[in-house]
Design a protein around this ligand. Structure first.
Ligand code: PMP
Length: 295
């Protein structure tokens, strides 16, 4: 399946899309990014993703290299160039390059990249049987260190947590903060279900404001379920009736065990209801945002 790269507005073959070794995205992770998927060829919630990209840039005192509307057109263009029915889309904006120095003020030539690849969604068994996740030893970054609300190229915190989970044979890492409160997954948000109430940690817990988290909150609330943003302790999470994780690529994935603790033998009724509501929302979204590909 072909891939396409849009580098500073120009389509190129992936092997020809090159960035300087002096770029600060490479040297320091001094960049911001987004990951988006398409449904029916429509980049899902592109507006919210690009708004978060802009906010991430602001949070690290970086100007985006161009306006958001330009990036929006480039995301569609990269997807269409692949001719794949569905794409995984990654947008990266770096602060640029210059003299090798920590000083952000020396940065010139900010780079923007859109990578489009064939979507590789999780296999059906993940949704039917659920997954096992691990509470890992690696702690979430302090908000006052690198705020997890900024989606930056500096992802080592998540890389280390995910590596720890994978070495133990787990699907995803759930990270605690320095006070032992639950934050989020290495690349997902977490929801715990008590009765018919959904609880997910608040943004102040030091988490990414996941687009899927926001959509799930909206559709669940509209569907008559209560959704609360509350601090979640490890023991509360382990005693939940149901747990699921959310992210753009994996959507909503039911969790049936956290470490050695079972959370229900199979995906629960609230998960199934939320998934149904989410699926209906996606259908409406596609219908409202479909644009016929250019010939
Ligand atoms: N938290 C982290 C740390 C992530 O990397 C991701 C994936 N972008 C998420 C949560 C889920 O966010 P979204 O639903 O916007 O993909």
């Amino acid at each position: 399946m072909p891939s396409a790269v849009m580098l500073n507005g120009t389509l190129c073959a992936p092997e020809q899309a090159t960035i300087s070794v002096l770029d600060r995205g490479f040297l320091y992770g001094d960049s911001v990014y987004e990951v988006i998927r398409t449904y029916g060829g429509v980049p899902f919630e592109l507006g919210r993703h690009l708004q978060r990209l802009d906010e991430s840039a602001r949070r690290i005192g970086m100007a985006l290299p161009c306006d958001v509307a330009t990036i929006e057109a480039e995301v569609w263009g990269a997807h269409e160039a692949t001719r794949n029915p569905e794409s995984y889309l990654r947008v990266v904006c770096t602060r640029g390059s210059g003299e090798i120095s920590l000083d952000p003020a020396v940065a010139r030539d900010p780079q923007r990249i859109v990578i489009a690849q064939a979507l590789n969604a999780p296999p059906q068994v993940v949704y039917e049987e659920g997954v096992r996740v691990a509470l890992v030893g690696v702690r979430r970054n302090l908000k006052a260190a690198i705020d997890p609300q900024a989606k930056t190229g500096n992802y080592l915190n998540s890389v280390l947590a995910f590596g720890e989970a994978r070495r133990g044979g787990f699907y995803e890492a759930i990270m605690l903060d320095h006070r032992d409160l639950v934050t989020e997954g290495a690349s997902s948000n977490v929801f715990a279900v008590f009765g018919s109430t959904l609880v997910t940690p608040p943004l102040e817990a030091g988490i990414l404001k996941g687009v899927t988290r926001t959509v799930v909150t909206e559709v669940a609330s509209q569907g008559g379920l209560q959704v609360l943003n509350l601090p979640l302790t490890e023991s509360a999470l382990l005693s939940a009736d149901e747990v699921f994780i959310t992210s753009s690529i994996r959507e909503i994935v039911p969790v049936v065990a956290i470490g050695e603790t079972e959370i229900g033998r199979e995906p629960g009724p609230i998960y199934r209801e939320v998934r149904r509501l989410f699926g209906a929302y996606v259908k409406t979204y596609i219908a409202n945002h479909y644009v016929a590909p250019r010939p």
